[in-house]
Design a protein around this ligand. Structure first.
Ligand SMILES: [Zn+2]
Length: 438
């Protein structure tokens, strides 16, 4: 008998955490942080999970690793099982999450964080087979961000697969997601369960047009996740330079110390690149355009406020929930010569989502601001598989049962419909903290 309890990613795109209970062992898949919806649950006690001996991490995004120090705070001392790139990147993500929490709102201490990185770790490789007792598992490339994985488990003849987050096809840097093997039960994400992305090339062209039409008179803000998205955007800027499309004097500013550190870390994992990125990497860093300036200090970041045109600022956070993107937005938002370009998912309840939804006035920090700057939303940069890819990927795994997680309700329902249109399968859309028997 296999049971799964959903501690997150049920009815939301964040906070992914699943407890798998087998007759003779248990383990967790991910320990993600809630962002936007359910955020107030992040600090909740996880003491009931302290004796779980293993935690599989699919990838280093905060909504998959962010509650790990909280597990540690509550006594967890299990072994982490993950790809080495994920473990390297998780350190940056968790340290940053700790640093951005206000002193009186910290959910765990520095000691908890240090203890997190003293946990025993088993680093695993793509396509290798491993086992713990009767549990066998394989780690496959999810093509979502550097080091991202999905896990194929087999326990006493029963197969079950956790998709983690699946990647979008045709993206630079990472490879396309690997197609899964046949499984009995599939636990699958559904972030874009109801829609397709535009192809990446078209989206890059859209981005180019939005930027090029702004920089002569104004400046551009690109709120970006520090991990993967920022590096990908830089990759595209570098391509424009190589194709002689970039105008002399324009600059791209990476105003995110976190993204800058991750950029350096990315150079340590060329084995995770797709072929094109690898070939470029042999000649030079494919994510470092010549016109790039990296601003590490707060002072350097603030000085960007006095520059009125010709710069594109890449800054966190990606959904405008904090970080340097907020102070840039306050300076730029009331000037129609400026533009903000969203290249990532904007979760419900975030400032980013409000702008995307067309609100005319928004509250930032201490007052309302008129939204006068141009707003672009470009969805082809998403690192999540679109609906077609998800459905094809599910067909490939050909499960008897599909458990749909990691999507808002509308997306989960739409994906469920798509699955059932193609073939009769059992489906479930569990609620938060619900338990299911496989
Ligand atoms: Zn992710």
């Amino acid at each position: 008998m296999i049971r799964i309890k959903f501690y997150g990613a049920a009815g939301t795109v964040t906070g992914s955490m699943h407890l798998v209970q087998l007759p003779d062992m248990k383990f967790l898949v991910d320990a993600g942080y809630f962002q936007g919806t359910y955020e107030d649950r992040n600090g909740q006690s996880l003491e009931e999970l302290k004796d779980v001996p293993y935690l599989f991490l699919t990838h280093a995004h905060l909504d998959h690793v962010g509650r790990l120090p909280i597990l540690v705070r509550d006594g967890f001392r299990g072994t982490i099982i993950t790809h080495r790139a994920t473990w390297a990147l998780a350190r940056y993500i968790l340290e940053d999450a700790y640093n951005v929490m206000e002193e009186d709102e910290k959910l765990y201490t520095m000691k908890d964080l240090r203890n997190t990185f003293r946990l025993p770790v088993k680093l695993v490789q793509y396509d290798h087979e491993y086992s713990i007792g009767d549990l066998k598992f394989r780690v496959r490339d999810a093509g979502h961000i550097l080091g991202s994985a999905f896990f194929e488990f087999e326990y006493r003849g029963r197969r079950f697969t956790f998709s983690g987050d699946l990647g979008n096809e045709g993206k630079p840097i990472v490879r396309d997601p690997t197609m899964p093997s046949k499984t009995d039960v599939l636990i699958v994400e559904s972030t874009y369960g109801n829609r397709e992305h535009r192809p990446f090339e078209e989206s890059a062209e859209e981005l180019r047009e939005a930027i090029f039409s702004t920089l002569d008179k104004g400046k551009v803000l690109i709120p970006s996740f520090a991990l993967e998205r920022a590096q990908e955007i830089l990759y595209v800027f570098k391509e424009w330079e190589e194709q002689n499309k970039w105008k002399k004097g324009w600059r791209v500013i990476l105003d995110s110390p976190l993204a800058a550190r991750i950029l350096t870390e990315y150079l340590n994992f060329p084995e995770c690149y797709d072929r094109e990125t690898f070939e470029k990497f042999i000649r030079s860093n494919p994510m470092q355009p010549r016109s790039l300036t990296i601003t590490m200090s707060r002072g350097a970041s603030r000085r960007l406020n006095s520059i009125e045109k010709g710069i594109s600022i890449i800054a966190g956070s990606g959904m405008l929930t904090g970080g340097r993107s907020i102070h840039h937005l306050r300076h730029m938002i009331e000037n129609p010569d400026n533009a903000i370009i969203f290249v990532g998912y904007q979760a419900k309840g975030t400032l980013g989502r409000k702008l995307v939804d067309g609100e005319q006035k928004v509250w930032i920090n201490d007052r309302f601001y008129d939204v006068n700057l141009k707003i672009y939303t470009i969805n082809g940069f998403s690192s999540h598989a679109g609906r077609d890819t998800l459905l094809r990927w599910i067909d490939h795994a050909d499960p008897d049962s599909v458990i749909i997680v990691h999507g808002e309700d509308e997306e989960r329902e739409a994906l469920e419909e798509g699955i059932l249109d193609r073939k009769k399968r059992n489906t479930a859309r569990p609620l938060l903290e619900e338990e299911l028997e496989l």
